[in-house]
Design a protein around this ligand. Structure first.
Ligand SMILES: [Zn+2]
Length: 436
């Protein structure tokens, strides 16, 4: 552990730390008219934010509330004290801007360095930062996180795969931060050039962020890589301050879980998306985050809409993070949760089936519904047939259809397209589309 005095805290001590920071957050928010107004609408004031129990009485923060306060919503400091802005991808409407003060940037660097260290990355490692830059927080976060830990950074960003596959060999990069789809395209590009990733690359750690991937997809990636290589899931959002909410250690990687790695600075509630009350171990809920240390753009009870399963046992990991919560992979968005003829369907269930069926393109699949909203009358799943697959597309569609029926308890029509026909996504994929 990079900061064992925090990371190894017992649960009770961690909660005490959070409570103290909540009260300090309330004091800071009391100086911001927008925040005072936000609390007032719920009949409260920021000073009520005394502990975790008080937090549970507070209103949620929704994207629509930030949009109403365009262009610079809910800042906790003067704009002049903001060092830079980041933004959400803006796939639905204008991007929403989130500021970072100098202290916020330092915080982000420490949060990311802690995660990198937990993956096994050490000072002296060589990192290829393949995340995007500009307004997206991903590139920035890993630039400063690598600097904080003492990793030598090659900030090439995404794209230029011809160069990346050569430099993975020649520069002996041991760490890569990439989207999983890009990493799998790099493996293909390397092989076309006669480079064998297993023998010619030195890569040991990949931070695969921006997209949630199935375990089958992850296992397939790892099998193509040098001995000892692991890909590490991370989860975060711009609203929470970057890709820093949850991340894997080598043991939680085996269990396909993530620790809530920065719970001392990001408080996480996991709530039933319908009743908005906490769910228990093993249950599925929506992540709701409160930033405890952020100055420029704090959030209090931000509804991420991302659904996860709470781990059965959060303590007791051999890494020693006994007080931190643990979650499974992101299984979809509460917006994307569908109720089809009375059966709940998460996009991740469909992803798992597609990924586990030989002959499909793992990253390209869609769910088409006949009307907006979470209770469509009809659902169709679209997949792609991999180039070079010899089978018949109708048989491939039928195989996926059979697995879906047994997995979901629901008969779903499946259509099979040639490789490249369906949309690709750089950041968060939009799996559910309306098609009438
Ligand atoms: Zn662990």
């Amino acid at each position: 552990m990079l900061e064992p005095e925090i990371e190894a805290l017992e649960r009770d001590d961690l909660l005490k730390l959070q409570n103290g920071k909540l009260a300090a957050l309330g004091e800071r928010l009391a100086r911001s008219p927008e925040w005072v107004e936000h609390f007032r609408q719920a009949g409260l004031k920021p000073g009520d934010l005394a502990d975790r129990q008080a937090l549970e009485a507070l209103p949620f923060l929704e994207k629509s509330q930030l949009r109403e306060r365009y262009p610079l919503p809910m800042l906790g400091v003067e704009t002049a004290a903001v060092q830079r802005f980041c933004a959400t991808s803006g796939t639905t409407g204008l991007p929403v801007l989130f500021g970072f003060t100098d202290n916020d940037i330092d915080l982000l660097a420490r949060q990311v360095a802690r995660q990198l260290y937990s993956h096994g990355v050490r000072p002296g490692d060589r990192g290829y930062n393949g995340f995007g830059f500009g307004l997206w927080a991903g590139g920035l976060a890993y630039d400063i996180g690598m600097a904080e830990l003492g990793v030598t950074n090659f900030p090439l960003g995404p794209g230029r795969s011809d160069l990346v596959v050569e430099w993975l060999k020649d520069m002996e990069w041991t760490l890569a931060t990439v989207s999983p789809v890009f990493l799998s395209s790099l493996i293909r590009a390397a092989k076309e050039k006669g480079i064998d990733p297993k023998r010619h690359w030195k890569l040991q750690h990949a931070v695969i962020g921006g997209q949630s991937v199935s375990r089958a997809f992850r296992d397939e990636l790892e099998a193509e890589m040098p001995e000892g290589f692991r890909s590490f899931n991370t989860y975060g959002t711009t609203e929470a301050g970057g890709p820093i909410v949850a991340s894997t250690c080598p043991w939680s990687h085996e269990r396909d879980e993530m620790h809530l790695m920065n719970e001392d600075s990001v408080l996480v509630e996991i709530l039933d998306p319908e009743t908005l009350t906490p769910v228990g171990p093993g249950e599925v809920g929506e992540l709701v985050v409160t930033t405890l240390d952020k100055e420029a753009s704090p959030v209090v009870r931000w509804r991420t809409r991302d659904l996860v399963r709470v781990a059965e046992h959060s303590g007791g990991c051999p890494c020693g993070r006994k007080g931190m919560g643990a979650i499974g992979r992101i299984i979809g968005r509460s917006d994307d949760m569908l109720k089809v003829r009375g059966v709940i369907v998460y996009p991740s269930q469909i992803e798992d089936v597609v990924a586990a069926t030989p002959g499909t393109v793992k990253e390209a699949w869609q769910i088409y519904v006949d009307q907006p909203g979470s209770s469509p009358n009809s659902v169709t799943v679209a997949i792609e047939q991999e180039n070079g697959y010899n089978g018949n597309p109708d048989d491939l569609a039928a195989a996926v259809g059979r697995s879906l029926t047994s997995r979901l308890g629901l008969k779903v029509p499946v259509e099979c397209h040639p490789a490249g026909a369906l949309p690709r996504y750089e950041a968060k994929a939009q799996r559910v589309l309306v098609r009438s």
